[in-house]
Each structure stands twice: as structure tokens, then as C-alpha cells.
Design a protein around this ligand. Structure first.
Ligand code: NAP
Length: 385
């Protein structure tokens, strides 16, 4: 405990004394580092992106359209899509706005149909970027947010938004995908020990068998605390299971997970915490670097996990899975705090890196169990016309 406290203090001092506070939006950073080395001509690329109205999705849309790509822009709000269309209208590429609410799997299925109609029978999608995401924020606030997604079988909203809807979208678009599925996951997948993603048979006939993380009727601290980590692990498990299937079929489509590290977007709860994160966060332009490198670097293999710093994955294994460790209460909290403080040093090490993922993410049984359950859970939403 003393060691962890020392790590926290030293890292805080280094962070605040050496790293410039605030962040800049640095589009040009990308042109100098980036995609130009790729042999792919962007003008002929068709890319589907979810969650384009803010943060990393908006940045990706902007950068890809600037280079001439056609972006099928999926978002839940028509008003925000119209506004985005206005902002993007002078870009070289084309934006095709499509309404898609990831808390509603019928809406997801219909959005996929619109994409399929758009590309036509002979058409193709080069990249699907499963980006949209949410966070519940304060885990102590277990009462004021209704966590059940009423239009998706009452399952947990965050699980449906971050993971299951993307599973459905990927399933429907897969026949037209030519190059890659990108899962915008997070090093926070280390927070999940995978237990809540195991499909336990239910003894209660009124409750279908499903992973605990999918249930929308738990309002306790632990469910809230681990929900984001569970959804991000679910995305990595999905990527690895799908990568294995595609490889077996001899498909050239790769499935890659990425972490943007801490990036200055709207995902952090508003107020002091968001301000605080922005003192050390990457800009959105730097945040999307891992996704762009995953897409355009040929050395990235299916099943890989790409980050934009090595510091976050080095610290991530110490993110607490449990609040008490070896029976010592609060030890988990302290380890967690130490890991998070170390992550604040991320800006010293910006780049692109293929990094390791948690042991749970490599558990083939867990990957397959969740994949097979998800296939069944989305089945009735595949054809909704
Ligand atoms: N920023 C970070 O530090 C960080 C770190 C690791 C991973 N990530 C991951 O990066 C991804 C993008 O997050 P961000 O940081 O860019 O967050 P953000 O600024 O909050 O943007 C999230 C986007 O997702 C959309 N979205 C949320 N719920 C949706 C729903 N039900 N249906 C359709 N779209 C929905 C939002 O739409 P609205 O505009 O309508 O709300 C918004 O466009 C997420 O998957 C997140 O987990 C972020």
C-alpha cells in the first residue's frame, strides 16, 4: 500500500510538472504522421462509422472525408446528423447520414439495411468502425439512471450500446465487408475478470439465460462499476472469436480492437472530472491514431489490439478487478488509483503500438460462449423489415 501511494505521488508530480495542461486539436499531426504512407487510395474507400456526432467518431469522419473517403455516418440523432452534414460539406469525401440508435436493435438492423441498399449487391464496405460508446459515470449513482434498454429486451443499455448492437451490425454487414472490422474498445477491458460475461443457465424460468453484464435489472454498485469494462472486454472477445472464424473460412477480412487511451471527448462525465481528464488526455486527433494505424498499417493482424501509447497497457493490468485484494479491503481501490495515475503519463509516449490484452480476453471458452449467446440474442433482430 505504501509502495502504491509512492507511485501515485511521484507520477502526479511528474505529470503536473512536465506535461502541458490543456489540449489542442491537431489535425495536421495526422497528416505528418499518418496515413499518407498507406498504399490505399482513400478516394475509393467506403467506411461505416457508428457514433459520428461527437468525439472520436466525429474526428474519424472528418479525417477520412478530408482524404476523400465515403463515410456511412451512423448516429441516433437526425438533428445532430444534419448539423454534422453541414460541417462536413466542404470535405473532399461524401457523407451518407443514417439514423441508428444503438439502444434499439430494431433501429440498428434497419440502419444496416440502409447501408446494404446504399452499397448495392456488387458493392463493398472497406471498413466498419464500431466506435459509438457510453459510460454510466459515477458508479455510486445506482438510482437515477434507468439501465434497461426498453427497445432491446430490457437488457442493460450500456451492454447493448457498446457491445451487442455492434455485434448485430457486424453480423449484418459482414458479407459486404472487404477489409476490416475495427472495434473501438479500451484498455479498461482489463477491469473485467470476465465472470459477468459468462452465460450462466438461469434457474428462474422468467429470466432468460444471459450473462450478468447483459441484465438490465441490476442496480448495484458492482454492476455499475464494472459495466464499462465488461462491455469493452466483450468487444475484444468478439473481435478474437470473429477473427478466428474468418481465418478458418480463408477470408481476408481482419478484425482488430483499438484503444484511443484517455482522449478529450464527451465520454468523461461533465464537470470537474472531464476538466481533470483533459489536463493529460490526448486530443481527439491523437485519440483516433490507433484506429487509423490499425486500418492502414499492413502489419496489423486480425485479432490484434492497437494502442497509441505503451503506458496505458503497461498500467492497465493493475486496474482493479476487485475492490479488495487477498481479503484486504480497499487494496483494489489503491491499486486502481496507482494504475490510473500512471496512465496520466501517456503523453510522454505517443505513437502506435500493437499491445497485449488481458488473460480473460484470450480465454477461448469465454470468447465462444459469449459469441454463441450473442448470435442467439440478436437473431430476432436480423430481419426486421
Ligand atoms: N475518450 C476516451 O478517453 C476513450 C478511451 C477509451 C475508449 N474510448 C471509446 O471510444 C469510443 C468513442 O467514445 P468518445 O470518447 O468519442 O465518446 P463521446 O465523445 O461521448 O462520443 C460517443 C459517441 O457515441 C454516440 N452514442 C452514444 N450512445 C449511442 C446510441 N445509443 N446510439 C448511437 N450512438 C450513440 C454518441 O452520440 P450522441 O452525440 O447522440 O450522444 C457520440 O456520437 C467509445 O466506444 C469509447 O468507449 C474512449
Amino acid at each position: 500500500m505504501i509502495k502504491s501511494a509512492i507511485v501515485i505521488i511521484v507520477a502526479l508530480i511528474v505529470q503536473w510538472s512536465l506535461v502541458q495542461p490543456g489540449y489542442q486539436n491537431d489535425h495536421h499531426l495526422l497528416s505528418s504522421l499518418s496515413v499518407s504512407s498507406s498504399s490505399t487510395s482513400m478516394e475509393h474507400l467506403d467506411v461505416v462509422i457508428t457514433g459520428v456526432t461527437a468525439g472520436l467518431g466525429k474526428e474519424l469522419t472528418s479525417v477520412l472525408m478530408e482524404s476523400g473517403a465515403t463515410v456511412y455516418a451512423l448516429a441516433r440523432s437526425k438533428g445532430k446528423l444534419d448539423k454534422l452534414g453541414e460541417e462536413m460539406k466542404d470535405k473532399k469525401g461524401k457523407m451518407i447520414p443514417i439514423v441508428c440508435d444503438l439502444q434499439d436493435m430494431t433501429s440498428v438492423s434497419k440502419a444496416a439495411d440502409v447501408v446494404l441498399e446504399g452499397v448495392g449487391l456488387e458493392g463493398k464496405i472497406d471498413y466498419l468502425i464500431n466506435n459509438a460508446g457510453m459510460h454510466y459515470g459515477n458508479p455510486f449513482d445506482t438510482k437515477s439512471i434507468d439501465i434497461a434498454a426498453s427497445k432491446s429486451d430490457g437488457m442493460d443499455k450500456l451492454f447493448v450500446t457498446n457491445y451487442l448492437s455492434h455485434f448485430l451490425l457486424t453480423k449484418k454487414l459482414l458479407p459486404t465487408i472487404k477489409n476490416m472490422v475495427v472495434q473501438v474498445s479500451s484498455s479498461y477491458h482489463w477491469q473485467s475478470d470476465g465472470d459477468m460475461l459468462k452465460v450462466e443457465p438461469s434457474n428462474d424460468t422468467s429470466v432468460p439465460s444471459m450473462p450478468m453484464a447483459a441484465r438490465g435489472d441490476f442496480y448495484d454498485f458492482n454492476h455499475r462499476h464494472t459495466s464499462y469494462g465488461n462491455s469493452k472486454l466483450a468487444q475484444v472477445l468478439h473481435a478474437k472469436a470473429l477473427a478466428r472464424r474468418l481465418e478458418k473460412e480463408g477470408s481476408g477480412v481482419r478484425v482488430v480492437s483499438v484503444c484511443p487511451s484517455w482522449a478529450a471527448t464527451d465520454i468523461a462525465p461533465e464537470g470537474f472530472f472531464r476538466w481533470f481528464v483533459q489536463t493529460f488526455a490526448f486530443s481527439p486527433g491523437q485519440g483516433i491514431y490507433s484506429a487509423l494505424m490499425a486500418m492502414f498499417r499492413p502489419e496489423v493482424k486480425s485479432g490484434d489490439f492497437v494502442g497509441n501509447t505503451e503506458i496505458v497497457p503497461i498500467a492497465a493490468p493493475y486496474i482493479s478487478k476487485n475492490l479488495s485484494i487477498n481479503g484486504v479491503p480497499l487494496r483494489g481501490f489503491i491499486m486502481d488509483a496507482a494504475a490510473q495515475v500512471l496512465m496520466m503519463l501517456q503523453r510522454f509516449n505517443f505513437g502506435w503500438y500493437i499491445v497485449g490484452t488481458s488473460p480473460e480476453s484470450n480465454d477461448v471458452g469465454l470468447q465462444e460462449g459469449l459469441y454463441e449467446w450473442s448470435e442467439k440474442a440478436v437473431e430476432k433482430y436480423v430481419n426486421v423489415a
